[in-house]
Design a protein around this ligand. Structure first.
Ligand code: FE2
Length: 259
């Protein structure tokens, strides 16, 4: 996917420093998330939004997503994806949480576009990420007065990061499949102190994706919601069960798309 191949303008990104790691980690532990404000400029957001509009014109008003480094590296988000300080920051966060070095320096970028009824089906699907550190960049978030917003909702740090991949897979099956309807209930969200994170485009929101059960709120089917996620640090990336975990994830996405 070609988000924009004419590069990022100067001043496109605010500074990121690995020295933010400890403060971010404390915030992620205590309130579920940490924020770096105004990292992505309005001009980059405008480019991304133009591209999303073009993609919707080409593909229809529905859900779609792009996974992996290939869509990201030569786009206006490339400099952020390649930022050595960002990598140093996520490495620090991983080590602070896990007490060991990450298994690799791979960052997995994902762009999610939610629109129409398919977009609604991909909302409120609570899950744990396979990665310890998750970063969310809001690009387009419906939030006009009187309309359902598309913010992030999470049960912060509901579990510890799992060191066993098999335990992780079984737990994800139980929580994300069998108990899926439970997490949407208002009284459950209140009882377990679910947190709604109000998203402002251009900020970077950091959270422990593997520990925090999370989902996006459902916006109106007539609106478009777009986010970019950067995932880092899969402690099970060398596990023999990784293929099984990936297949389950793909099946889950297909099921939601079919509805
Ligand atoms: Fe996620």
């Amino acid at each position: 996917m070609n988000v924009s191949n004419d590069g990022a303008p100067s001043g496109a990104f605010g500074p990121i420093s690995a020295q933010s790691a400890r403060a971010l980690a404390v915030s992620m532990d205590e309130s579920g998330f940490g924020v770096l404000n105004d990292v992505v400029s309005a001009s980059v957001l405008a480019k991304l939004r133009r591209t999303v509009s073009e993609l919707i014109e080409q593909n229809g008003f529905k859900y779609f997503a792009f996974n992996g480094a290939a869509w990201c590296v030569n786009t206006c988000l490339g400099p952020l994806f390649d930022d050595v300080e960002l990598l140093a920051l996520v490495r620090q966060l991983y080590m602070l949480k896990m007490g060991v070095s990450p298994p690799s320096d791979r960052i997995l970028p994902v762009m999610r576009v939610l629109a129409g009824e398919q977009g609604r089906r991909h909302s409120c699907n609570f899950h744990y990420d396979s990665y310890v550190v998750s970063i969310l960049l809001p690009v387009l978030i419906p939030c006009d007065p009187g309309e359902p917003p598309g913010h992030l909702v999470m049960f912060p740090n509901l579990r510890n990061a799992r060191r066993s991949s098999m335990v992780n897979i079984l737990e994800k099956l139980l929580i994300e499949k069998l108990l899926a309807p439970v997490w949407r209930l208002a009284f459950v969200q209140k009882w377990l102190s679910a947190k709604v994170v109000t998203l402002t485009p251009g900020n970077l929101y950091f959270f422990w994706g593997m520990r925090s059960l999370h989902a996006n709120q459902a916006g109106a089917p007539s609106r478009v919601r777009c986010t970019v996620l950067l995932h880092f640090g899969d402690p099970h990336e060398r596990s023999m069960f990784k293929g099984l975990s990936h297949r389950l994830h793909v099946m889950r996405l297909r099921r939601m798309t079919r509805g």
